[in-house]
Design a protein around this ligand. Structure first.
Ligand code: PA5
Length: 425
């Protein structure tokens, strides 16, 4: 169960006054009657996903785990961030699981691409190329290079068996490549946009190859659908209303998602895209920022405490960590740490969190929303990601914008294509 604590906002919110609006939007999400209604497929996806494909993903992932050492996930934005967030959040760092996951297609930086290809040169690697449109430049260029390397290593037929593609069912350049070379193919449904796609094959295949229990993850998503798509002012909608009030009534332009675990850095990246691309349009919306404490307390902490009062914090806390470790005793005590004898790192972490929330919200006047998960597992992560997706759609609709388009992203693309000399630009 996800708990939201709104007692440190510095303001009482009259949720009753938002109830009617929230319930209208909830209805509209379920009945697909708002702007962007053709992209609301995610809302019920945990209930009606393609079971046949789901089983195929598990089988294929097992094949990759048995036959390859590395999986390259090649995609950008919504076709990459969710998988990376989930894999880091569950596996953490230095995982002992067999298949290494690396990422390409999310950059055009020549140094990154050159080093990644060099790293793969003598490795047994498979590729999961993910692109709904099939025409995203970053992804398409890296995929072309990966394909060439695979053909060099395995021949055309062998390469085709090492390529797994996730794309639209009906159209796109990647679909044409799949048809021509017979790549294994999964579908990103037409009514689901990239940033709402983590529980489709987009996230599920890389997660399954990384050894994550995707049945548990989908179950978490289903729990999320039941709890936060419920027709009431539930905790998820309270979060959406609270951030709306902080933005529109109290004038805060920035929300900072704070986590206390380095393995949640990529969840912050996913969250930034989800909210930034969904809400930031028509000259409104909160700027989503993210920080990892206590690390960033030694860089951004000063600004948060005493700098321009432009932000509120949303802290994400996990009550019981996946691992904990004792602080060792030292007879000399030259470092003065023996006052922590018998304590664990989780004890230190929790005290740091409590001290920080108190410092920022009470002393610094920075409003704080505290979201707590009991544990971080594939199931609770699924629930949390659904929680954020539902809260994001609600927030955008409360602001009066369509959460599912991203017209602003096209501007840089057109300029870049023109400068690159792409035909038609
Ligand atoms: O959320 C989105 O819709 C975007 O971030 C897209 O996922 C991203 O631009 C990649 O697009 P595509 O999957 O078409 O390559």
């Amino acid at each position: 169960m996800i708990n939201v604590d709104l007692s440190n906002l510095g303001k009482d919110i009259d949720f009753k006054s938002f109830e009617q609006k929230v319930l209208e939007i909830d209805d509209a999400i379920n009945n697909k009657t708002m702007a962007g209604n053709d992209y609301l497929g995610w809302a019920d996806y945990p209930l009606n996903y393609d079971k046949e494909e789901f089983e195929r993903i598990k089988k294929d992932a097992e094949y990759v785990r048995e036959n390859f050492d590395v999986l390259v996930v090649c995609g950008i934005g919504g076709s990459y961030l969710g998988a990376r967030a989930a894999i880091d959040a569950i596996n953490g760092f230095f995982p002992d699981k067999k298949v290494e996951i690396i990422y390409m297609g999310q950059t055009v930086a020549p140094s990154y691409i050159t080093q990644a290809l060099k790293y793969l040169k003598n490795k047994r690697f498979a590729v999961n190329v993910i692109s709904k449109s099939g025409t995203t430049t970053e992804t398409a260029i890296s995929f072309r290079m990966l394909r060439d390397l695979l053909v060099e290593q395995l021949g055309v037929e062998g390469a085709s068996k090492a390529i797994f593609a996730t794309t639209d069912a009906k159209k796109g350049a990647l679909l044409e490549l799949c048809k021509k070379y017979g790549y294994t193919r999964y579908v990103l449904p037409g009514d689901i946009g990239g940033r709402y796609s983590v529980f489709t094959a987009v996230g599920l295949f890389p997660m399954a190859v990384a050894g994550i229990d995707i049945d548990a993850f989908m179950n978490g998503m289903r729990i999320g659908r039941e709890r936060y798509g419920s027709h009431e002012m539930n905790d998820c909608y309270k979060y959406a209303v609270a951030r709306h009030v902080l933005h529109k009534e109290l004038g805060y332009p920035v929300e900072m998602l704070v986590t206390f675990e380095p393995k949640l850095v990529q969840l912050g990246e996913w969250w930034k895209q989800l909210f930034g691309e969904s809400e930031g349009k028509e000259h409104t919306g909160l700027l989503p920022d993210a920080a990892t404490f206590t690390t960033d307390l030694h860089s951004l902490g000063q600004f948060i405490q005493e700098g321009s009062p432009i932000l509120f914090e949303t802290c994400l806390s996990v009550t019981k960590p996946a691992n904990d470790i004792d602080i060792p005793h030292d007879d000399d005590n030259l470092d003065g740490l023996n006052y922590l004898d018998g304590k664990t790192m989780d004890f230190v972490q929790k005290k740091a969190m409590m001290g920080t929330i108190e410092a920022h919200s009470k002393t610094g006047g920075v409003p704080n929303i505290l979201i707590t998960l009991d544990r971080l597992t594939a199931t609770t992560l699924g629930e949390l990601m659904y929680y954020f997706m539902r809260a994001c759609a609600m927030s955008a609709y409360l602001n009066g914008v369509n959460p599912f388009n991203q017209p602003g992203v096209e501007v840089y693309k057109k300029n870049m294509f023109h400068l690159l000399g792409k035909p038609g630009y």
